[in-house]
Design a binder for this molecule. Structure first.
Ligand code: DMJ
Length: 460
């Protein structure tokens, strides 16, 4: 019944204001108006964007307390407007999108003598440019993505095909062979879409080879480690888990099957998730989490989880395992509620915080959005509302939004990542906005929340 009313609201009957029973502990009957919530998200997005425009225009990002700009690799690649552009389009912020597009097309150049992280620039720039091209249609976005792809290819010229961590955008000189599994294995959604849209398979082949090379080095019990040497192919850190430095490797196995119909990715996903659920899943009195274990023996190493791990319910749900997805989301959200916002790392058995920062991360919100899509259970909208209110209460500054040094003290830090615009605010918005804002089943989101259309085709 409640689901039906929320569905009606999400489909335009905004006059309905609904009282829902909040999640277990927060059982007060609060009015819930998803249209109003979506508008609040949009207003807060605009608040943060106006801060960027006023104090950091033309730079990568804004320091939201000192109101000064920063550039991640020393020279600007316009990370904030590039990452934020498709969120503006989805929110219907036409004037802001027009300004951002003009800035990007006039000023963005990858011909720079800087060493950039292959992983970060692929997620933040290539994914954004490809989604900008698909949503806006201007071929200059695709040309920029192709130029970037060509500059990143030298990083893959290793004896294994696993890419170096970073590459110089002008000279192509690679740097740092020991890479994280996520760093080397979270490239195929973007590189594959670049191949599809340009008709040149070179990008797909490079990123796919890297993914297969990682998978082929899995242990006899089917697990991968945290870091690997791209030249020797030897694992450097044998700890296996689903958290930071491995996380999106699993996500892309599944998504590349769903986006490209790549059956080899399907097999790799199915084999991998079986091992992960067998060896790493940990059902405790505090709920479902995934532990750290040695990739070869499966021996437990740590019972830690955190903000990054909270992407996993979304992936489980996308892969069809709603039971584990819902269990894990409930466990993660319980840790969010302890301090009204989630810490970067905690021990899920003792409850001890191991890293108290909050970096404005989106993962738990992303999972709420996926779970709402699949279940239409009101609890995920209520959860999203609570999290949105926490972020506004704890992280808002008069210029934009600030990450937190501590979820306990709520002391703010003078930094704001571009993924706040690309992911955090986008997933809040999509959770509250009418489903037709972006039909879920038409797209696969990159790990930076840039939607890739399943039906995308090369234009002749
Ligand atoms: C983003 O850059 C991507 O989501 C990535 O996969 C890891 N997490 C950050 C945001 O937390």
């Amino acid at each position: 019944m409640k689901s039906d009313v929320i569905k009606m609201i999400r489909h335009g009957m905004t006059r309905f204001v609904l009282s829902v029973v909040l999640l277990s502990s927060a059982a007060s009957a609060a009015p819930l108006d998803t249209r109003a919530l979506a508008d609040s998200v949009k207003n807060e997005f605009r608040h943060a964007w106006n801060g960027y425009k006023t104090y950091a225009w033309g730079h990568d990002g804004l320091r939201p307390i000192s109101k000064t700009p920063y550039d991640m690799w020393g020279e600007s690649l316009l990370l904030t407007p590039v990452d934020a552009f498709d969120t503006m389009l989805l929110m219907g912020l036409k004037d802001d999108a027009r300004e951002a597009k003009q800035l990007i097309l006039e000023r963005l150049s990858f011909d720079k003598d800087i060493d950039v992280s292959v992983f970060e620039i692929t997620l933040r720039c290539m994914g954004s440019l490809l989604s900008a091209y698909q949503l806006d249609g201007d071929p200059r976005f695709l040309a920029l993505a192709k130029d970037l792809g060509d500059r990143l290819l030298p990083a893959f010229r290793t004896s294994t095909g696993i890419p170096y961590v970073s590459v110089n955008l002008r000279t192509g000189k690679p740097k740092t062979p020991v890479t994280s599994t996520a760093g080397a294995g979270t490239l195929l959604v973007e590189f594959g879409m670049l191949s599809r849209l340009t008709g040149d398979s070179v990008y797909y082949r490079a990123a796919k080879r890297a993914l297969v090379q990682l998978y082929d080095r899995r242990s006899p019990i089917g697990l991968v480690g945290t870091s690997i040497d791209a030249e020797t192919g030897a694992w450097k850190d044998p700890r296996s888990h689903i958290g930071g430095n491995i996380d999106s490797y699993y996500e892309y196995l599944l998504k590349c099957w769903l986006l490209f119909g790549d059956t080899e990715c399907r097999t790799m996903w199915e084999e991998s998730i079986r091992s992960v659920n067998t060896v790493l899943a940990d059902s405790t009195s505090k709920g479902l989490f995934y532990r750290y274990a040695d990739m070869n023996s499966g021996a437990p190493v740590a019972t830690t989880s955190g903000a990054l791990d909270a992407f996993f319910p979304a992936v489980l749900a996308l892969g069809g395992d709603l039971r584990r997805a819902e269990q894990m989301q409930a466990s993660c959200f319980a840790f969010w509620t302890v301090h009204d916002i989630e810490p970067e790392r905690f021990d899920y058995t003792s409850g001890r915080i191991l890293n108290a920062w909050y970096y404005l991360r989106p993962e738990i919100i992303e999972s709420a959005y996926y779970l709402y899509h699949y279940t239409h259970d009101d609890r995920y909208v209520v959860m999203g509302k609570a999290m949105f209110e926490s972020v506004v209460r704890c992280c808002r500054t008069d210029a934009a939004y600030a990450q937190l040094k501590s979820v306990v003290t709520k002391e703010q830090d003078d930094y704001m990542e571009s993924f706040f615009y690309a992911e955090t605010m986008k997933y809040f918005y999509l959770l509250f906005a009418p489903e037709e804002t972006l039909p879920f089943d038409d797209v696969i989101f990159t790990t930076e929340a840039h939607p890739m259309k399943k039906a995308a085709k090369r234009r002749e």
